[in-house]
Ligand binder design. Structure first.
Ligand SMILES: Nc1nc2c(c(=O)[nH]1)N[C@H]1C(S)=C(S)[C@@H](COP(=O)(O)O)O[C@H]1N2
Ligand SMILES: [Mo]
Length: 537
């Protein structure tokens, strides 16, 4: 290949120019490959944290696999057997390294040219992510952040490299040479450190993502049995048709996620066991096959987070498939004096649930299914608890591994010593979803809509008031069950002007929700959801 004039050869006649050019091109390519690799690794690690079921690499890989004609796939499988995926991923990594090397060389020629190539690389990742079924906002952020990080690293490496080149060091011949030597040394050190960090990060990402991928595959292969008792049918009219309402049953991918897990636990369904221990006559060990062979029931239950502020969205409604907790406890036979079940997850997180809530007639479940699918990894695969009427922090243990029958006097759940109450019944509450606060609407009959919940008691009525005037009844849609939220709507005549609108729910025992505004700690927020509406003439 011919040396080009602008490649480190800006001072013709200076000795060592050709050598510097070669030094430059080779190390520019290396810088680019390292920067692209770093972007990839950052993307995979970040995805592991905020978007476990969809990373840029798996998205691009998935999109490519979907795009490849079936014949080619069969050919690849016949050629590489079960190693086809490994070969495919290795091929993708080679292409990424080659594109990175090119970006490195371009960046040396013209500042930002290589960064632009890495940007395009990020856009390819983003496009792939946007086409995948598991798409979430977090998943779309990952390729952008990764590409930005890669581009910054490339720019930085490339500037360090420049400082090691003849043109980069001015001054007398001697001092320039010393500066160049120092510059090269710095560059090589920085490059080696980046490459090392990328390699270590890559190994971590590969092991971690590999485990998650294996569990994802196991999850996809799992077929859940049909329930012996189906969820009650959703009554006609339960879902209010008003633009801007949330779906009555929350799709899995839109379901709020709250947990302390930095890394989503990957539990192998093959080796998963649940132990029932503590104050019981009979300790029990149960694997997933045992659990799936029981007669499972399916129920709609609305779960909520104690940290949900008034008007907040840390609440969701799903159809859960599982085995009633009371049945496993009936086999274990709790001893007299026990009043709490401390459920523990694989990562050590715990929740303390009153024993009576797990043994009464409500359908507290060892849940394996969510809206017809096995639990998503981030929602507790393979098994979690779902308890109607209690906040998640005292009941909804994900990645469940142990039920320890004990006493409130002897044990505490994870959040109790951290400023939260040991009991967490969900407080009756309501929310206005339509119109959104601050929204402009037209004068006349303004349509309002939203949800109200009082799990396991049920909602009796929902009312609205305008500018603290008299309460007016909203039309309450039929609920799916006492354990779910109810939708409501109301049309209110409003002349042009600005209004404050509030909502209040009353449960089926006639108990209205608490008016006093209280924060989420220690046992759940109270107060009326209040919105501002601007009515146009
Ligand atoms: N293992 C584990 N389970 C957990 C938690 C947790 O931090 N770790 N958080 C709980 C809390 S506070 C809530 S509100 C619910 C949320 O469940 P979701 O993420 O499926 O919506 O999970 C509960 N189960
Ligand atoms: Mo929560």
């Amino acid at each position: 290949m011919q040396e080009t004039a602008d490649d480190g050869a800006t001072s013709p006649g200076r000795s060592g120019t050709a050598g510097a050019a070669q030094f430059s091109r080779r190390w520019a390519a290396a810088s680019g490959a390292v920067a692209a690799g770093a972007a990839l690794v950052i993307g995979e690690l970040l995805a592991g944290l905020i978007s476990p079921s969809l990373s840029p690499l798996t998205a691009v890989g998935g999109a490519l696999i979907d795009a490849v004609p079936p014949g080619v796939k069969d050919w690849a499988i016949s050629l590489f057997g079960t190693a086809d995926k490994a070969v495919f991923v290795a091929g993708m990594l080679l292409v990424i390294a080659a594109v990175g090397a090119l970006a490195g060389i371009l960046e040396q020629r013209r500042r930002f040219a290589g960064a632009a190539v890495i940007g395009v690389f990020g856009l390819v990742g983003l496009t792939a992510v946007l086409t995948r079924a598991q798409l979430t906002p977090a998943a779309a952020v990952v390729p952008l952040v990764a590409a930005l990080a890669g581009a910054l690293l490339l720019g930085w490496l490339s500037r360090r490299l420049q400082e090691g080149l003849p043109a980069g060091a001015a001054g007398t011949e001697m001092s320039a040479r010393t500066a160049r030597t120092a510059g090269r040394r710095t560059f090589l050190q920085v490059l080696a450190a980046s490459a090392g960090a990328t390699a270590v990060g890559g190994i971590v990402a590969a092991v971690w993502r590999g485990a998650a991928a294996g569990i994802s595959t196991a999850r996809e292969k799992l077929t859940l049995p049909a329930p012996s008792s189906e969820a009650p049918a959703i009554p006609a009219g339960a879902e209010v048709s008003l633009d801007g309402m949330q779906p009555l049953v929350t799709p899995n991918r839109d379901f709020y996620r709250i947990d302390t897990a930095l890394i989503v636990p990957s539990l192998d369904p093959e080796s998963w066991v649940l132990r029932v221990t503590g104050m019981v006559e009979q300790e029990i060990e149960l694997n997933l096959a045992d659990l799936l062979s029981k007669s499972l029931i399916e129920r709609h239950v609305t779960i909520a987070c104690v940290s949900n502020v008034v008007g907040g969205d840390l609440i969701g409604n799903a159809r859960w498939l599982g085995w009633p907790v009371r049945e496993v406890l009936a086999i274990a036979r709790p001893q007299a004096g026990a009043d709490m079940v401390l459920s523990r997850s694989s990562d050590g997180w715990t929740a303390g649930t009153p024993l009576e809530v797990l043994t009464d007639d409500r359908d507290a479940l060892l849940a394996v299914g969510m809206n017809g699918d096995p639990l998503p990894l981030e929602h507790g695969f393979p098994v979690r608890m779902i308890v109607p009427g209690l906040y998640g922090y005292v009941s909804a243990t994900k990645w469940l591994t142990e039920l320890r029958v004990t006493r409130f006097a002897d044990d505490v759940g994870y959040w109790t010593p951290r400023g939260w109450s040991d009991r967490g019944p969900i407080k009756t509450s309501s929310r206005i979803d339509v119109p959104r606060t601050g929204r402009r609407v037209s004068a006349g009959t303004v349509m309002f809509g939203g949800v109200a919940w009082a799990q396991h008691t049920g909602i009796g009525k929902v009312e609205l008031r305008v500018n603290r005037g008299p309460w007016q009844a909203a039309r309450l849609a039929p609920g799916i069950s006492l354990d779910t939220w109810y939708q409501w709507q109301a049309g209110i005549e409003l002349a042009p002007g600005q209004y404050e609108v509030q909502v209040r729910a009353t449960d089926l025992n006639g108990e209205p929700q608490v008016e006093e505004r209280r924060p989420v700690a220690p046992d759940g927020a109270t107060g009326f959801h209040t919105i501002r509406v601007d009515v146009n003439p």
